[in-house]
Design a protein around this ligand. Structure first.
Ligand SMILES: C[S@@+](CC[C@H](N)C(=O)[O-])C[C@H]1O[C@@H](n2cnc3c(N)ncnc32)[C@H](O)[C@@H]1O
Length: 371
């Protein structure tokens, strides 16, 4: 695709030549890639593109398209080139500072909502560990209007992207972004949550060679790889989960397709464990229900919503085992936690902040420390 070529290019002819180029460079979806990038360059969606295939393309448009195709020809992911990716109900800004959210990660949102059931308006406290673009935390904040969410990441750069997404999608005020390893940002504050979700890095570094170029060369390594066969971060999360997740709470952790047994074993002492399969039928998410009762403020409406389904086309819970009862104190004796961002924590002591918020909102007093 040359900007200097004076021939009358149309959308159709550009699509054809770009598709051939991308195919020769190893794209697995050359036609769709070309359509998305051409649409982006000329300001049309894919449907409009098809309705105007014989529309001439200006030199400026061709030049803009050429720049995008050059990037894709090096196998840079389309989402980074376009700067966005759809996840659940929203479009998220993404760039190489964050992992591109995957469709299977929507299981974390779906199964949190299944657990919540009719109690959508309750004041859920949720942690999203390794938030990346913020896709999971923000989707949950949008679905649960009174939820307060802690979204953590080891990467400061990722937290900037997530914060911007939260602002753009109007849920920034209910998400506290915190930097740190695994559950450390929560344990440091003695915080408690009702639901803990995570899509941590879970690929063993030795498997790098098996990844496609799009992933291995472009997505952040710290979002992909973890030691101990990929399970190092999962292990650290599960080790501290009993200190963070309240009795009656839920833990959902995404993992690799071969890590179902290992993750269930690691979580066995935490509660009733099972594995959720993704839409391709692969083990994908560890699910743990912590024994006990949720705090009273959450016990309205149905207390249990089944997540199992007999339809093979749907994700299913495939294995379960009940663990010994938790040694956590009863939920009602636990203080509630205010989940605040670090800047606010510097400005106000957590208790002052909690009291101020409680006065403003009429919600029960929540604070970070146990009282
Ligand atoms: C697989 S990505 C998931 C991103 C996002 N939640 C999603 O699903 O699109 C894993 C994220 O965990 C972060 N991460 C890696 N190691 C971590 C650790 N030890 N503690 C907390 N976050 C970590 C990475 O920076 C990355 O943003």
């Amino acid at each position: 695709v040359s900007a200097a070529d004076p021939s009358p290019w149309t959308l159709r002819s550009l699509l054809k030549s770009a598709t051939q180029l991308l195919e020769s460079r190893g794209s697995s979806s050359p036609r769709v890639d070309a359509e998305l990038l051409l649409g982006h360059a000329v300001g049309l969606d894919r449907t409009q593109l098809y309705m105007k295939l014989d529309r001439p393309v200006s030199v400026d448009e061709r030049e803009a398209f050429r720049a995008l195709i050059v990037r894709r020809a090096k196998l840079e992911p389309i989402a980074y080139i376009l700067g966005e990716r759809g996840f659940w109900q929203h479009t998220f800004r993404v760039d190489p500072r964050v992992l591109i959210p995957r469709p299977e990660t929507e299981l974390l949102v779906e199964h949190t909502l299944a657990f919540v059931g009719a109690r959508r308006d309750a004041p859920w406290r949720i942690a999203d560990i390794g938030t990346g673009s913020g896709a999971v935390a923000i989707s949950l904040a949008a679905e649960l209007p009174n939820a307060r969410i802690v979204a953590t990441d080891i990467s400061a750069a990722a937290l900037i992207v997530a914060t911007e997404n939260a602002e753009a999608l109007g849920v920034r005020d209910r998400i506290a972004f915190m930097r740190g390893d695994a559950l450390e940002p929560l344990t440091r504050r003695d915080a408690r949550v009702d639901v803990l979700v995570s899509n941590p890095p879970y690929i063993a570094p030795e498997e790098r060679g098996a990844l496609s170029v799009d992933v291995a060369h472009f997505e952040p390594g710290e979002a992909l790889f973890a030691d101990a066969g990929g399970l190092a971060v999962v292990r650290r999360i599960l080790a501290k989960a009993p200190n963070v997740v309240v009795p009656g709470g839920l833990v959902l952790i995404e993992h690799g397709t071969s890590q179902g047994v290992a993750t269930r074993t690691l979580a066995h002492d935490l509660g009733a464990v099972s594995t959720i399969r993704d839409y391709s039928g692969h083990d994908r998410v560890l699910r743990v229900e912590v024994p006990g009762e949720l705090p009273e403020t959450l016990r309205i409406g149905p207390t249990h919503v089944p997540v199992e389904t007999s339809n093979d086309a749907k994700p299913t819970v495939i294995a379960g085992a009940h663990a010994p009862a938790s040694t956590e104190p009863a939920a009602d004796t636990l203080s509630r936690d205010v989940l605040e961002d670090e800047r606010a924590l510097q400005e106000l002591s957590s208790l002052e902040r909690a009291r101020r918020e409680a006065r403003l909102s009429g919600l029960p007093v929540i604070n970070l420390e146990r009282e």
